[in-house]
Design a protein around this ligand. Sequence first.
Ligand SMILES: Nc1ncnc2c1ncn2[C@@H]1O[C@H](COP(=O)(O)OP(=O)(O)O)[C@@H](O)[C@H]1O
Ligand SMILES: [Mg+2]
Length: 339
Amino acid sequence: MAFIQPDLALDLGSSYTSIYVKGRGLMLHEPTAVVAERADRHIIHAVGQEAKDLIGRTAENYILIDPVQHGLIADFDSTEILLRYFFRQTIGSSRILGPRVLVGVPSDIPAVSRKALREAILWAGARKVFFVANTFAAAIGTGLPVYEPVGSMVVSVGGGTTDAAVISLGGTVVSHAVPTGGQNMDEEIVNYLKKYSGMLIGDRTAEDVKIDLASAVPTKDERTVQVRGRNLLSSQAMVATLSSSQAHAAVKDPCMAVLGCIKWVLERTPPELSADIMRTGIHLTGGASQLYALDQFIGSQLSLPVYLARDPGDCTIRGLSYLLENPDLMESIISASEE
Ligand SMILES: Nc1ncnc2c1ncn2[C@@H]1O[C@H](COP(=O)(O)OP(=O)(O)O)[C@@H](O)[C@H]1O
Ligand SMILES: [Mg+2]
């Protein structure tokens, strides 16, 4: 039995948490979700996948907590509990020195949020915490030449945030995050059906509609799906028909917010690097970048080439793992964090 736990890379997203263990590989990918007792939020009933599976089926006396919202800790205690549970699942708990943790953070993270994140990870059992920008990690994870003297643009559309950055020579030149992601698209679909069909649907149904039917651009082939929910007035079960143009109308605002975030960064990018990006394009990562035709929407609005990463939801943890496994790169992250 070893007494020092291995280093970890941690992607604590609003929707999903991933943990990579140095020398071993990706050990965990589970929803960032906790179910607690309504009467006492400190009594935890389920964590991770188990908690998400309970959504919509939770009895009256349980509540679902999203510990991380819009990329930041929204509930400190449940974040600590979730991390402690995930650390135990990936590396056990019977050791003396906890792991060193490399964690990704959103652009523009306020100092207090960064402090809360560090504390939650330490309290969950880590002995040291190092930060790296999520977009920097995602850029590595999708294979961009981040250490070369050329501008690369990466955009991450996650569950609760969109984060865009221009990177060159191993550093971030311009970056910006907005609190809009895939979960906001789900919410807009819920609101749409409330408003136009008088029906309340669950978050998981909304997510299914987003993935199966919604599109960032108006589609030529109109399709419809049957959506199940509850009548807002009578509370009885009901079914409504939703068309692809309605689903498009519902997610339009979040798509505009994604576009706005990218524009913000492009407008502040130095001309030489802009010229690089005209050539190399915008690289989309994050689970919600898979929204149908989001790449096409952004490309046509900005007249730039847009590429969707392979396995976009895994780019951040892939990049974090790459850094963690590379002693020289880790050394520079560690020395920068001690300044
Ligand atoms: N095929 C898809 N189309 C649209 N959205 C998707 C698709 N697959 C996953 N998503 C969305 O991606 C989001 C999660 O992305 P992820 O990058 O894992 O988030 P985070 O890192 O913020 O936790 C969720 O809102 C999910 O519904
Ligand atoms: Mg993520």
